[in-house]
Design a protein around this ligand. Structure first.
Ligand SMILES: C[S@@+](CC[C@H](N)C(=O)[O-])C[C@H]1O[C@@H](n2cnc3c(N)ncnc32)[C@H](O)[C@@H]1O
Length: 212
């Protein structure tokens, strides 16, 4: 067997120690990310019966499976292929592409969704400013989807990295939603800069701006 590098040994050790990774394996879940959505859902009561949800950054599918068991319609999107639960509509597309916009416009009309979720993360380069900008770009695109497809009263949850652009995002969303909060679920790794922006109860459509 080839010798593992120090960094991959450290990664393996961290995986073995992590209680959420262990729980995900025991329960046969697609990813430990399942628990982040579960905790956000418990805190904000995000999901229920007849909801229609757009999920961005879905692979490998932890959130998608959680959603599929709880809401009426799930449209999931990711660059990568994944195992798709029955009845989930999956777009294997880049959210930055024209194809994504065309596909969304074909399957959904304005104002239809109850919830837009994004767990998208860029490929990390290690250059902090570049990674922050890449992450905020994905946040911006997810927020544009909320502007376009969220019904009044709907909710938006977006993964972001703590740093430049986050405070601005919060203050802009406060113009558009009744309640906006930054949250780090317990299942989010302590050593990661990841947080979630949660925007609850979109005000009437005319008051949601079209620019981020
Ligand atoms: C942290 S993972 C998501 C984990 C997932 N929520 C789960 O529960 O298993 C982030 C995902 O974002 C996706 N992603 C990053 N950039 C994207 C883009 N431009 N368009 C679509 N998906 C993207 C990646 O391919 C990756 O699968």
């Amino acid at each position: 067997m080839p010798k593992r590098s120090k960094s991959s040994q450290r990664w393996l050790q961290r995986q073995k120690k992590d209680p959420y990774t262990r729980k995900a394996i025991e329960q046969g879940l697609a990813s430990r990310a399942h628990f982040k959505l579960e905790q956000l859902d418990k805190k904000f009561k995000l999901l229920g019966g007849k909801m229609r949800v757009l999920e961005l950054g879905a692979a490998p599918g932890g959130w998608t499976h959680y959603l599929a068991e709880r809401v009426q319609r799930v449209i999931a999107c990711d660059l990568l292929p994944m195992e798709i639960p029955t009845d989930v509509e999956f777009l294997q597309l880049d959210i930055t592409s024209d194809e994504f916009v065309t596909a969304m416009d074909a399957i959904i009309k304005d104002d239809q969704l109850d919830l837009v979720l994004s767990d998208m993360a860029p490929n990390i380069s290690g250059i902090r400013a570049a990674d922050q900008a890449a992450s905020m770009y994905l946040v911006e695109l997810a927020t544009e989807c909320a502007h376009k497809y969220l019904k009044p009263g709907g909710n938006l949850v977006v993964k972001m990295f703590q740093g430049e652009g986050v405070d601005e995002w919060v203050s802009e969303r406060r113009q558009e939603f009744k309640r906006v909060q930054l949250v780090k679920p317990d299942a989010s790794r302590k050593d990661s800069r990841e947080i979630y922006g949660v925007a609850i109860n979109a005000r009437i459509k005319g008051k949601i701006s079209s620019s981020v």
